[in-house]
Design a protein around this ligand. Sequence first.
Ligand SMILES: *Cc1c(COP(=O)(O)O)cnc(C)c1O
Length: 392
Amino acid sequence: MKPFPKPDWSAILNEMGETREDYFRAVSPPIVQSSNFAFKKVDDLRQAFADEMGGYLYSRGLNPTVDILRKKLAALDGAEDALVFNSGAAAIFAGVLANVKSGDHIVSVKAPYTWVQKMFDVILPRFGVTTSYIDGKTVDQWKEATQPNTTFYYLESPNSWDYSLQPLREVASFAKSKNIVTLIDNSYCTPYFQRPIELGIDLVMQTATKYISGHSDTLGGVLSGSAAQVRKIFESEYLNIGSGIQPFNAWLLIRGLRTLPMRLERIERSTQVVLDHLKKHPKVEKLIFPLDPSFPQYELALSQMRGACGLFTLVLKDRSMESIVRFCESLRHFLMAVSWGGHESLVIPKCAGMDPKGYDPDQIEHRYIRIYVGLEEPEHLIADLDQALEGL
Ligand SMILES: *Cc1c(COP(=O)(O)O)cnc(C)c1O
């Protein structure tokens, strides 16, 4: 792991935002399950209406349990402020919507997260906002795709299937020179392994459903940025869409955060053990993992990420879809499911998302099998992978 200036993880995860004298010195914060907050003075109520970000009025805006989480997540991102949503998709939607208007043009990495693609292709065109897709691996591609009406860049680095990266410092610096707002999906790395604000990106989104929760028991999404950006989004999209995280889910995420570094370090070690084993396996053609020296953008990964873990993609030598299906269905400990970042190891084949008639073994993406390594012992996982490979 390459060191770069780190926040004080221990203080953020164990202390920040936790004013225990306000709640009986309880070690675990209370779940303030209240929709509204009472006032004694009309003037105070008037003040709350005038500035809903200034205090507690109604839980569609601010809520004390959510605020504890919000402070911690902003600090982890190195951002001035953050908002926490009921899902990652909602966080992205608000972040994009707040920064585009009719007639604007967006440049996005190709094949962003499914629901982002849907927003760009189906929803935003109805309001006169268009999107161009690029693979985005060099800053020149971003420059070439930029039109006079481009106001927004959408990045995802690494993505969660082939782990393609964008050169974040260079793209952010070019965007700044053109007054273009940048938003990155940082879900793969979390702020533990990559801190895009420090590299010049304006808005950082991560789904909290994955590593922040860590237990596959709640959804959530984080959007971090400058105080001005966060206030703008809070006062319009956040309050209007009404998709802020609920207090109980926020409490689960605070609990998940306590062990985030431990879990990621454990998963990082296990992933390496599993990868080292699979690399030598005669039935495996290819493994894709951004911090493997064979990864085409390995140097770039080292320059902007401090680590990587959990997710990697496997390609079998056997090119048939039947073998992919047999492999996935014969795993006993890896569950076949979407998502990742929880305690449990997972597998998902790319071909599950397509019409089987369209399967083409010459397109290597069709053969992708995504593996997520969870908190189990790596030997337990390796034995399972071995027996499934043996059955081919
Ligand atoms: C899961 C995921 C999202 C969306 O997050 P939700 O919490 O499921 O809405 C966005 N980006 C990536 C890369 C994801 O894996």
